[in-house]
Ligand binder design. Structure first.
Ligand code: GAL
Length: 474
């Protein structure tokens, strides 16, 4: 085992910076969502944030105190490109300075280009439904590369591409609603909502591939990845992998990876059957563009799902003929949390994606895997600074991942979500995923370490020590 395992902590631009129009930043989709009464559970508007934009020097010290090797953050497109279209050096200067500060402390950067938020103008012009956005994204990415690449260890084009396609563009029955409900027929004509989602998926995959090619043309050693949500599905009977659980996983994970790294570089035959004419085909040139555009496969994991053969009730379940049923895994974030403690779900997904003996088209044996998010919200029944539930959750996952690594799975790193409490999308600030507590009522947005901060640092120290010792023995 080499000792260059990535130990990281993550945030996303909009979640810690909010929407204040400083540095010539222009409005974004999430600014507009937060202005709609009733959309955000705590009623907070775009001006409330952790003030990550101004407190970044202090935040770098928090990151340093964790002893991590890497910090994963995202770039706010609305800040570095006015209305998503024109370079804004003032906005870029902030990210450059953040990178410089991190470098001073020996911390490397993992940068996500697109994490859920879109410049409002681009949303109104059709969001990911129109092909024009692909080149806009390439131009934004080119600017980020030119200014920041010297600091970046891994570029991630999209955070949870599937989640964004199903929740962040149009309103889909049974999915979270993280967008403004665009009238997609205005852009695509009289097609089904599934077709709209798959057109958006397709445009994002093409945008990913173009950025991959661009960055590799500039320097072939650049590492570029994409994040999918690790929707590991299991069969109710003894948590086995069965036809239905495999189909459910394929519809949420492999559907988005196959065009990039499956040997056919195409949607797989079974997915074509389920989606029919709602699945836009690839031309031969597009297949060539997409082929092998992945240096790192990134997975965000919070919980698995138990599925049964039955249609519905959500559109996705209806389409792929499965339904998610209740589980009895520990509700480690409290009764109302959707997170579950079941690390085995991640490990079986890792095995399913990589094990060589599987010959059914679900495997991608050569790609290094980064766990790009994993974490749990505070349990409201505990004192928020004594987050023993978070320690238990993160420890169980790290131990499982390191075990998988020892068994030969090429996991290259682990990322805890999140550095600090932040805007948990439509839940507002009430659901807290941070290792650091943020007092949102205070003018300074005071950060206070929870118990997990000290624990995470010690855990990283121990694992790095053990790794070095094992190496010496060999
Ligand atoms: C992920 C998302 C993050 C954060 C996290 C916790 O899906 O990428 O931005 O919200 O969930 O809910």
């Amino acid at each position: 085992m080499s000792s260059n395992f990535i130990w990281a902590v993550a945030t996303a631009a909009y979640q810690i910076e909010g929407g204040k129009d400083t540095d010539g930043r222009t409005p974004s989709m999430w600014d507009a969502i937060r202005e709609i009464p009733g959309r955000i559970k705590d009623g907070s508007t775009k001006d409330l944030s952790c003030d990550g934009r101004n407190k970044y020097r202090e935040d770098v010290q928090l990151i340093k105190s964790l002893g991590v090797t890497h910090y994963r953050f995202s770039i706010d497109w609305s800040r570095v490109m006015k209305n998503g279209k024109t370079r804004n050096p003032l906005g870029m200067e902030y990210y450059k300075d953040l990178c410089r500060e991190l470098k001073k402390e020996g911390i490397k950067c993992i940068v996500t280009l697109f994490h859920a938020d879109l410049p409002l103008d681009l949303y109104n012009e059709g969001s990911w439904l129109t092909e024009g956005i692909i080149d806009r994204f390439v131009e934004f990415s080119r600017y980020c590369y030119e200014e920041l690449n010297e600091y970046v260890s891994i570029w991630i084009t999209f955070n949870e591409i599937r989640m964004h396609a199903w929740a962040g563009v149009v309103k889909v029955e049974g999915e979270p609603f993280h967008s403004l409900d665009i009238d997609y027929k205005k852009f695509l004509g009289n097609v089904s909502v599934t077709r709209a989602v798959m057109v958006a998926s397709r445009n994002m995959l093409l945008a990913h591939a173009k950025v991959y090619r661009l960055f590799h043309e500039k320097d072939d050693s650049t590492r570029v990845g994409i994040i999918v949500g690790a929707h590991s599905c299991m069969d109710a009977e003894g948590e086995k992998i069965s036809a239905v659980s495999e189909r459910a996983t394929k519809s949420m994970v492999n559907l988005y990876l196959d065009p990039l790294i499956h040997p056919s570089n195409d949607w797989t035959e079974d997915m074509k059957e389920y989606l029919g004419t709602d699945l836009p085909p690839w031309s031969e040139d597009e297949k060539k563009l997409l082929k092998n555009t992945m240096d790192v496969l990134c997975l965000n994991y919070y919980r698995p799902h138990i599925v049964k053969e039955r249609k519905g009730p959500s559109l996705v379940e209806e389409l792929f003929n499965f339904t998610m049923v209740d589980d009895d895994w520990p509700k480690i974030g409290g009764e109302s949390s959707w997170v579950r403690l079941h690390p085995r779900g991640l490990i079986s997904l890792l095995e399913g994606l990589t094990k060589k003996e599987k010959e059914d088209g679900m495997k991608y044996p050569n790609v290094p895997i980064l766990i790009s998010e994993n974490g749990v919200n505070d349990d409201p029944s505990l004192d928020s600074l004594e987050d023993t539930n978070r320690i238990q959750y993160i420890e169980a996952h790290i131990d499982g991942i390191l075990e998988a690594r020892r068994s030969g799975i090429n996991v290259i790193g682990y990322t805890a979500w999140s550095l600090m409490d932040n805007l948990e999308w439509d839940d507002g600030f009430q659901v807290r995923f941070g290792l650091f507590h943020v007092d949102l009522k205070s003018e300074e947005k005071t950060r206070t370490p929870k118990m997990s901060v000290d624990w995470y640092r010690k855990k990283i120290e121990k694992e790095r020590r053990d790794e070095t010792m094992n190496k010496e023995v060999k």
